[in-house]
Ligand binder design. Structure first.
Ligand SMILES: [Zn+2]
Length: 361
């Protein structure tokens, strides 16, 4: 079989038979499957529900496309994820148990099989990373074939996957030596942006973004080595988005650690449900004025080690919002999506199509 990146006739057949097997009743519940709590696994369930609401990701697994990209030697997590997404998406049951997925991921990272609460953000990053490792392919064309500037070469990895295609963006830091005013730049890829919270009572997501992207001064231990001066110097650093991802995930840094002192910030953070404008933070050269719409939220209630996680996800089929509290799935009014418990926010710059429709490629 010729290897190609577009969907093959085989993929198409899997897709089609999948669609035919759904009757009208189960279609109503597609993507609305609860997940049983296996003992403090609400952090896992909330993240999985958010991922299951991202249609292009679900489609990639449902269509069987992942099979061609899969590295067999470390493909267990991706395979278990594919089966779980299919079970969650098809909606045959009101509620299923993510037992197999948890045991596969627990073999690699035992913290996730312990019956203790884990951080949803750490779990999300772990899952995205495992999926990337299992599905990546090196991309020679992108590295040699285009006339990219050195800025892009250094920052962007040469390995792509469905994960980098959807979630990976690039931050570009302008670093100016305060002694000689020479500016250098440094690039860094990201899949989740961890945003500081500048208020204890209430602020907006835009305030958090302003705070993240404001110019910072590096002094004392954080000084940079300036190659022009030849010594360590104070420096000014300013971050910009070099490449904006299709899906941007914000992690609101509610957990504040200062030495042994830990606390949770209960700040009410107002975030827009639609038309989030990231262009003020994007390098003018790369600015395409994308507007982002909220598609999923992970909430954290309670305090640090205990607490409870739930998810709010926008349902692609009905365009309604649903709350996923482990096994419990219920429709919620749009006004309830704004929550003081929000911990992770998933935004997309493109509207999703329903994953069961065959591709038009
Ligand atoms: Zn200098």
């Amino acid at each position: 079989m010729a290897s190609q990146s577009t969907s093959t006739p085989d993929d198409f057949n899997i897709f089609y038979s999948l669609e035919e097997s759904n009757n009208e009743t189960s279609q109503l519940y597609q993507g609305l499957t609860g997940l049983r709590n296996l003992g403090n696994t609400c952090y896992m369930n909330a993240v999985l529900q958010c991922l299951c609401s991202i249609s292009p990701l679900v489609e990639y697994f449902l269509s069987g496309k992942y099979v061609t990209a899969l590295h067999k030697e470390n493909g267990e997590v991706a395979t278990a994820f594919a089966y779980l997404m299919a079970d969650m998406w098809l909606g045959e049951f009101e509620c299923i148990s993510p037992e197999v997925f948890r045991s596969v991921i627990g073999d690699l990272c035992p913290a996730f099989t312990k019956k203790t609460q884990q951080d949803a953000q750490e779990f999300l990053i772990y899952v995205l990373n495992e999926l990337h490792e299992a599905l990546k392919k090196s991309c020679k064309r992108r590295c040699y074939g285009n006339t990219s500037t050195s800025r892009e070469d250094r920052g962007t990895g040469s390995e792509t996957s469905i994960i980098t295609q959807l979630f990976e963006g690039q931050l570009s830091y302008d670093i100016t030596c305060l002694a000689c005013q020479t500016t250098t730049d440094k690039n860094e890829v990201f899949t989740v942006l961890s945003l500081p919270i500048p208020s204890e009572s209430a602020c907006s997501l835009q305030d958090c973004l302003e705070c993240f992207f404001q110019q910072d001064t590096l002094t004392w231990n954080n000084q940079i080595h300036c190659s022009f001066c030849g010594t360590k110097q104070d420096a000014a650093v300013k971050a910009n988005i070099g490449k904006a991802p299709k899906m941007v995930i914000f992690h609101l840094k509610r957990f504040d650690y200062q030495g042994s002192y830990k606390r949770k910030l209960g700040t009410n953070i107002y975030y827009p449900l639609s038309n989030l404008d990231l262009s003020p933070y994007i390098y003018p050269l790369f600015r395409k004025n994308p507007k982002y719409n909220l598609c999923a939220v992970v909430n954290h209630f309670g305090y640090l080690d205990g607490g409870h996680y739930t998810a709010f996800c926008k349902h692609t089929l009905s365009q309604n919002w649903y709350s996923f509290d482990d096994a419990q799935v219920s429709e919620i009014p749009q006004a309830s999506v704004q929550s003081a418990a929000a911990y992770l926010l998933f935004y997309s710059c493109k509207a999703f199509s329903v994953p069961t429709k065959p591709h038009k490629y």
